[in-house]
Structures are given as structure tokens and as C-alpha cells.
Design a protein. Structure first.
Ligand SMILES: *Cc1c(COP(=O)(O)O)cnc(C)c1O
Length: 228
């Protein structure tokens, strides 16, 4: 059985992580599979960025938290086309834009609902068959079309190293994500500006920050193990 940390314990963890990271790095508290009480506890500790991986689960928690003002909601999990509209209505950032198809769908609906979300392109820096995301070849082939999508603010890259990557591999992946961002920005696209790097979760956020991450996504470190 999983025992959730108490609100006080969550707040202590947040304080110690914040003390250990540069102030300009955005700390996203990942609350997937955690109850809304965890979000409340983190909010009390001044967290305003929350990450969820499922649209439906996030909407249910948002309904329980309408009294908490000023939250920025980040979608960090794979998005299916049929959830695109809800994702646009309920999230401020979508870190998991992982195909041209979903980008096109989001762009189309964004025009319709008049919401223009910030997006990160999810990229696989090394081959990783089970994972969603653009391969590097896919990404370069797709960028000209992505640049035409007027209703999306493509502002970042997100990557997750393959499971069981060594620290050296993780370092390589994060550093190359930073290089890739720079390469994209020097291509002279009209709209795409990669200012954000969404790199780093509980096991690798220190490496990510050393490699230029601007947004870290922490679940376990703040809230303990997720309920099954
Ligand atoms: C679950 C998840 C996280 C948080 O993972 P932890 O290891 O618990 O910090 C971060 N990013 C994504 C995309 C996730 O799905």
C-alpha cells in the first residue's frame, strides 16, 4: 500500500527542491494519479505550475480546485485527437505535441475555440520505438509545416530519455536537445521560437538543469510513489 506524504511533508520537499534549483527554472509539479489534495498542498507551498498526463483526470481535479487561482496547467502525456478540444480548453501548455497530425488538429481547433496554447514538440533524441514523439528526421521534415500553424505557439522542446539510459546517455540526450533548439532557432522560421526546454524528471532533473533545462517536471520527488 502506498502512503501519501502529508501536506507538511510535501511542502518540505518543495522547499528543499526549490532551494536546490536556479530560480529561473520552472518547477512543474506532476500530480498524475495523485488526488487533488496533493495539488492543494503544493499550491500552499506556492507552486503554480501543475502537470497532468491525462485530459479527463485533469478536468476532474480542476473541478475540485476552482477556488485556487492562477494555476498554469501543463499537459505532459500523449494526446489523442479526440481529446484535442478538451486539452485546449483545460491546459495552458501542451508539452506532448508528438506528431504533425496532432499539431494540425490542435491548430485547427485552437482557431475555433480561440485559445492559443504554448506547445513543446516532443522529440526522441535517440531511437526509442515504444515512445511517442518526433524522430529527428521527422522533426526536421515537419518543421516547415509546423511553422505555418498560426494558432499554436511552438515555444519549446520536450524529451524523455529511454528507460534504462545511463547518466552519460541522459547527459548526451539533454545536451543535444539544447543544441537542437539552437539549430532550429537559427533556421529562420517565421513563428517557431524554441525558448523553453522541458527536460528532466525526478531521476534526472539535476542533469537536465546542467544541460539548460528551463522546465522540470517532478512527480515522485515531491509527492512520493504514485498510487498504482
Ligand atoms: C510522470 C511523468 C513525469 C514525472 O515523473 P517522476 O519520475 O515521478 O518525477 C514527468 N514527465 C512526464 C512526461 C511524465 O509522464
Amino acid at each position: 500500500m502506498t502512503v501519501s506524504p502529508s501536506p507538511g511533508h510535501i511542502q518540505e520537499r518543495i522547499t528543499s527542491v526549490k532551494a536546490a534549483i536556479p530560480s529561473q527554472v520552472r518547477l512543474i509539479a506532476v500530480t498524475k494519479k495523485q488526488p487533488s489534495s496533493c495539488i492543494r498542498a503544493a499550491y500552499e507551498a506556492n507552486i503554480r505550475d501543475f502537470g497532468e498526463s491525462q485530459v479527463q483526470e485533469a478536468i476532474a481535479k480542476q473541478a475540485e480546485l476552482v477556488d485556487l487561482k492562477g494555476i498554469t496547467w501543463h499537459l505532459i502525456g500523449h494526446l489523442q485527437s479526440n481529446k484535442a478540444r478538451k486539452a485546449l480548453l483545460h491546459f495552458d501548455w501542451i508539452h506532448s505535441v508528438d506528431s504533425l497530425k496532432i499539431a494540425a488538429r490542435l491548430n485547427e481547433i485552437a482557431a475555433d475555440v480561440q485559445r492559443s496554447p504554448y506547445c513543446c514538440l516532443q522529440v526522441k533524441m535517440v531511437p526509442d520505438p515504444p515512445k511517442y514523439g518526433f524522430s529527428l528526421d521527422d522533426l526536421w521534415a515537419s518543421l516547415p509545416q509546423l511553422d505555418q500553424m498560426q494558432h499554436l505557439k511552438i515555444a519549446g522542446l520536450m524529451t524523455i530519455p529511454p528507460r534504462e539510459s545511463s547518466i552519460e546517455e541522459i547527459k548526451y540526450i539533454f545536451q543535444h536537445a539544447q543544441i537542437l533548439a539552437h539549430q532550429i532557432n537559427t533556421e529562420g522560421f517565421n513563428r517557431i521560437r524554441i525558448n523553453e526546454l522541458s527536460l528532466g524528471m525526478s531521476s534526472d532533473y539535476q542533469v537536465a538543469i546542467a544541460s539548460g533545462s528551463t522546465m522540470i517536471r517532478l512527480g515522485t520527488t515531491l509527492f512520493g510513489d504514485r498510487p498504482a
